[in-house]
Design a protein around this ligand. Structure first.
Ligand code: 2U9
Length: 360
């Protein structure tokens, strides 16, 4: 057989092998056998050196052409095999995103989050907006603007978490109540104001009924003619919506807060049903929240004239409200990541608290 006829036969064989290669591994074996260092085409190219100039003139271009055509055939077959592999994977791993979910979501809403949602829904219905502010506060917004006198015990290191003082000796602190949120809102807006401020607060306190971080919701209404009657009506409506009963019986008992004057605590009639409370019946009274008419000094500190504007404020502990409504006997598991506790007391994230279809 002539040398060119031999090349034709070689080409025919490799071309057929390439077309028949079933996978990428088989194809690579063919590439090595033809074009690898010791491949048949490579060996023939190496033999060019020993040929006469006339032979080389024929065989050189013939071998180059063969090498290029086999290279191109190998590349084409490689991408065809890769496409086929991808299509097979896509077909076998197909996901129909339009199918319904097989399971309910695994997570659940913490009772504190649930109660926060309930509070927001109830007060939104009464025209209150939700206001938020920083957890790290300064003395002015947390104490001074709220009419705390210089030596008030709440300013003490024993009750408040202070940060390391800056170069000027000024120490930031963790807010001890959400009242600074309302100071910030009041300083930046013109009455009428109706807001609730839910959020985390911090106090140096740690025993069976107190945790160093807990949750509060406070409310503030500032307008021209707001009075104690509005305060009492608003709070009774709130308690009736929250405890889901029309029977609420409440009484105001005089108290003292620096930021309100007069100040009161509100008690509700209740009886125990297991670990939860039933509000509206029974012969016991329980303190449920604090409230009062905003002190003129607080209105003044926010840049408003207390002769023109007045209003009421209230505050309550969200963790305690959750315990009372949902019957948790102990506060401590609220802050422990115990999945079983959460599975028992948690709420579906798909059922958002609202007044139309029910709070809980
Ligand atoms: C401004 C003016 C007045 C907020 C108020 C209370 C009464 C109160 C406590 C309840 C239990 C806190 O969680 S608790 O320990 N709070 O009794 N809070 S009036 O008064 C304000 C707030 C902001 C500008």
């Amino acid at each position: 057989m002539s040398q060119t006829a031999e090349l034709d036969a070689l080409e025919a064989r490799f071309t057929a092998d390439i077309a028949a290669a079933a996978d990428l591994k088989a194809l690579d074996d063919i590439r090595v056998a033809a074009l690898g260092k010791k491949g048949e085409v490579s060996l023939k190219m190496r033999a060019l050196g020993g040929m006469s100039p006339e032979e080389r003139q024929v065989m050189g271009p013939a071998l180059n052409g063969l090498r290029d055509r086999l290279g191109a055939a190998l590349d084409a077959r490689k991408s065809a095999l890769e496409d086929a592999a991808l299509n097979a994977a896509l077909a076998s791993e197909r996901v129909d995103v339009s199918l319904p979910a097989r399971r309910e979501p695994a997570g659940s809403l913490h009772p504190v989050s649930q109660v926060m949602e309930e509070l927001a829904a109830i007060f939104a219905d009464m025209g209150f907006a939700v206001a938020e502010g920083p957890d790290v506060e300064d003395d002015f917004h947390n104490f001074t603007a709220l009419n705390f006198p210089a030596g008030h015990p709440a300013r003490d290191m024993h009750d408040t978490f202070f940060m390391t003082p800056d170069e000027g000796g000024i120490a930031k602190l963790l807010r001890t109540h959400t009242s600074p949120v309302q100071i910030r809102t009041l300083m930046g807006s013109k009455p009428p104001v109706r807001i609730i401020a839910p959020g985390r607060v911090y106090r140096c306190d740690w025993d069976q009924t107190h945790t160093p971080m807990f949750h509060q919701v406070e409310g503030l209404v500032i307008d021209r003619e707001t009075h104690m009657g509005h305060l009492k009506g608003c709070l009774i409506d709130f308690l009736s919506a929250f405890f889901e009963t029309d029977e609420v019986e409440a009484r105001l008992r005089p108290h003292h807060f620096p930021f309100t004057e007069p100040s009161a605590e509100m008690d509700v009639r209740y009886e125990r049903v297991g670990d939860a409370v039933k509000v509206g019946s029974g012969d016991k009274w329980m303190e449920i929240l604090g409230c009062g008419m905003v002190h003129p000094n607080v209105i003044r500190a926010c840049g408003l004239d207390p002769e023109e504007y007045q209003g009421f404020a209230f505050g309550m502990g969200v963790d305690r409200l959750a315990m009372l409504k949902y019957g948790m006997p102990d506060l401590r598991p609220f802050f422990e990541p115990d999945a079983r506790w959460l599975a028992h007391y948690g709420f579906s994230p798909l059922l958002q608290a609202n007044l139309a279809t029910g709070l809980s």
